[in-house]
Design a binder for this molecule. Sequence first.
Ligand code: NAP
Length: 282
Amino acid sequence: MARIIDGKAISAQIRGEIAEKVAAFTAQHGFSPSLTVIIVGEDPASLVYVKNKHKACEQVGIKSDIIRLPADVSETELLSLIDKLNNDKGVNGILVQLPLPKHINEESVICRISPKKDVDAFGYENVGRILTGNFDFLPCTPAGVMELLHRSGISVTGKDCVVIGRSNIVGKPMAALLMHENGTVTVCHSKTADLRSHTSRADILVSSVGKAGFVTADMIKDGAVIIDVGINRLQDGKLTGDVDFEGCFEKASYITPVPGGVGPMTITMLLQNTLTAANKQI
Ligand code: NAP
């Protein structure tokens, strides 16, 4: 039977540590670290994410501003707003909530954010730094997974690590971080032949596919560490991950639940990145 990695508890612990560091920063410098989030349009899920980020910032003492722009804002206007924030000494972190409307090129927008303020770490410079191992910021979800492993006493060195999913925000940086910690990493995707042959030898399996019930007990190794990044909404409205939790729970050594596993760590790592940005800009 697996031990459940309690992302909510670990996240609360880290947020407590961040709040102490933010208080010390504020006392020393006379101002608080600050994050500005830009949201374009009225996508309901994005509005919820932005609200949650704002609340989390307030809880740890980070100053949080939200700039709301209409869905028909031009790319030029958005880029000039980012230029203004890049030059504003009172702004330490900038985040543009994705997705953006179709008429705006996401890559141009993300890469316009100063690398020193790019707290999502999605811009080219930070992506390059992640690959070389010379980084200040890590993308929040993979960074959150690494924290869950560290704080659960799980070492990556020498382990067979399999990541399912190769997105820019989860799968690719996840593979880089596991490699930096001396894991032997395989990245699987929709064109992988014989997925099971890879997953069944994984000591650490990270699933970031976005399909409920995708990873079943017969696909995993006895004693594997199972990290479920997936967030899927079922027809009854409930949230679930990619992993068949009940089945894999019996066979794994550690497992993350959904909700309450990786999810709470993502915003926590954003808070961490904002504090890091503020310290680097002093
Ligand atoms: P994404 O961009 O859609 O990527 C999904 C990946 O899964 C792709 O690389 C895709 O392969 C792969 N895939 C799809 N079907 C597959 C199959 N049959 N076999 C093997 N691989 C398959 O999604 P994402 O942004 O990485 O997010 C993945 C999941 O994580 C979603 O449920 C999302 O909601 C969740 N998520 C959670 C958090 C969090 O805070 N917990 C943060 C971000 C995302 P191809 O590349 O070949 O298409």
